[in-house]
Design a protein around this ligand. Structure first.
Ligand code: UDP
Length: 468
């Protein structure tokens, strides 16, 4: 019998992300990593995401002819989704409108395997219908994934819904987190007394379906989340930890910075401003692509920042303030301090910003991409989580990894100012020691011999074997 060499096969992988910035960014990096092994990749996105990628990135020129950016109808515009309600609307529209087109595309294309965003089980439904192997990719941390997965156990034990002082009680039913996970550290959708909310059902139910897939790809690394990954492997044995994917792509391309996957126009002028600042002197402030703040919260941050006497670069998206279009005027009493020490931008090249020598800290909403980008550059964080996985991430950053301060559920100018001074001055040495140690582990894991490097090769090999 002739033996087949799997490396002789050219697999065709269809990748389907949920069409929000953090999801598209990391899954497009996975697409690029696979195409470096000469895979054919069809990257399936909504029309809105398709047009944004063409307008704001060089996506087509960085791949060869083996890459195909496929627009599927469905999905509202990202301009309509800066609220939690908006995320639900986007989810519903992707699920209902895109499904028939997805079925048609997968049935008619010579696809070897589908890599689907793990919150879109409808993709698994379609893949199973036509007998295609499916692997899930989750854009969240292993710790957040595991807390979502453990919700039925929390319900069964009566630890959910949270009662009375439940926000401050340490929970016992998320295995591996019994010593430090409080009610307030659970994903935000657990905070309601009525646990029938769409978010709650969606994230808990979708996550529980993960074992349907042949494998689970996570954008994390073993040195960071090893103990929680061991828990996940008890229910999903085939986990590929290949992250941080942006650093992994940089390592495999041997480049200093990867191309941007931004869905908005980036303002590069902030880099010129950073060039004029002393090393590690600037606090970078951003709440990601979706989270909003009230006018009152914005003012508390503004006072806290200016009163901290530190330099800051602040991403103030046009839709940042809930219920208000456009920018907020600088309060008169803060004008001088803002102009002297601050720089505002609508949207920045974040990976480049965090890698800049002038950055000394990151005031973040603790989205997982932002967290990983900060970890890779060794930048300590102040965490002010807003929703979904962010509450869990911030607990790990503050309590477990000790890479920053978790100030969740407070929004007071004095606390913000004090936290900034602690991060940038008083406790700077202590935080930098931890973050630099983790940054070097992150770099090691994506280079030859590292666990993420080995796991990506295993994923590539497993997909090739599906061609046989
Ligand atoms: N980002 C960016 N420019 C900005 C702010 C954010 O490029 O001005 C990117 C950031 O690098 C990250 C993504 O947007 O990759 C945000 O993803 P994350 O998971 O941190 O948060 P989300 O937006 O999903 O809440």
């Amino acid at each position: 019998m002739l033996s087949m060499d799997p490396s002789a096969f050219v697999p065709h992988v269809a990748i389907f992300p949920f069409p929000a910035q953090g999801h598209v960014n990391s899954m497009l990096k996975v697409a690029q990593l696979l195409s470096l092994s000469n895979f054919h990749v069809s990257f399936l996105v909504t029309v809105d995401t398709h047009d944004r990628l063409l307008n704001h990135t060089d996506v087509l020129s960085r791949f060869g002819s083996e890459f195909h950016l496929q627009a599927l109808p469905g999905g509202i515009s990202l301009d309509e989704m800066n609220t939690r309600d908006g995320v639900g609307k986007l989810y519903d529209s992707v699920n209902t409108i895109a499904k028939p087109f997805l079925r048609e595309f997968l049935a008619e294309s010579p696809v070897t395997c589908v890599i689907a965003d793990g919150i879109l089980s409808m993709v698994a439904d379609v893949a199973e219908e036509i007998n295609l192997p499916i692997i899930y990719f989750r854009t969240i941390s292993a710790c957040a994934f595991w807390s979502y997965f453990s919700i039925p156990e929390l319900l069964q034990a009566g630890e959910l819904p949270l009662k009375g002082n439940g926000m401050d009680i340490t929970l016992t039913k998320v295995k591996g987190m019994e010593d430090f996970l409080r009610g307030r550290d659970l994903p935000s959708f657990c905070r309601v007394s009525d646990l029938t909310s769409a978010d709650f059902r969606l994230l808990s139910t979708e996550t529980r379906q993960t074992p349907r897939a042949r494998g689970l790809i996570l954008n994390t690394f073993e040195d960071l989340e090893g103990p929680i990954l061991s828990q996940i492997r008890t229910v999903c044995p085939n986990v590929y930890t290949i992250g941080p994917v942006h650093a992994h792509l940089k390592a495999r391309l041997a480049t200093k910075c990867t191309s941007s996957n931004s869905l908005w126009q980036e303002d590069e002028s902030c880099i010129n401003w950073l060039d004029t600042q002393p090393p590690k002197s600037v606090l970078y402030v951003s709440f990601g692509s979706i989270a909003g703040v009230t006018k009152e919260e914005l003012l508390e941050f503004w006072y806290g920042l200016v009163n901290s006497d530190q330099n800051f670069l602040w991403v103030m998206r046009a839709d940042l303030i809930i219920g208000q279009e456009g920018k907020h005027e600088i309060p008169v009493e803060l004008e001088q301090g803002t102009k002297a020490r601050g720089y505002m931008a609508d949207w920045v090249p974040q990976e480049k910003v965090l890698a800049h020598r002038a950055i000394g800290g990151f005031l973040t909403h603790s989205g997982w991409n932002s967290t990983l980008e900060s970890i890779v550059e060794g930048v300590p964080m102040i965490c002010w989580p807003r929703f979904a996985d962010q509450q869990v991430n911030s607990r790990f950053i503050g309590e477990v990894w000790k890479m920053g301060l978790d100030i969740k559920d407070t929004c007071d100018r004095d606390i913000i100012g004090k936290s900034i001074r602690n991060l940038m001055e008083k406790r700077r040495g202590e935080f930098l020691q931890r973050t630099e140690q983790m940054a070097s582990m992150a770099r090691r894991t994506v280079n030859e011999g590292g666990s993420s490097y080995i796991n990506l090769d295993r994923l590539i090999q497993d997909i090739r074997l599906m061609c046989l």
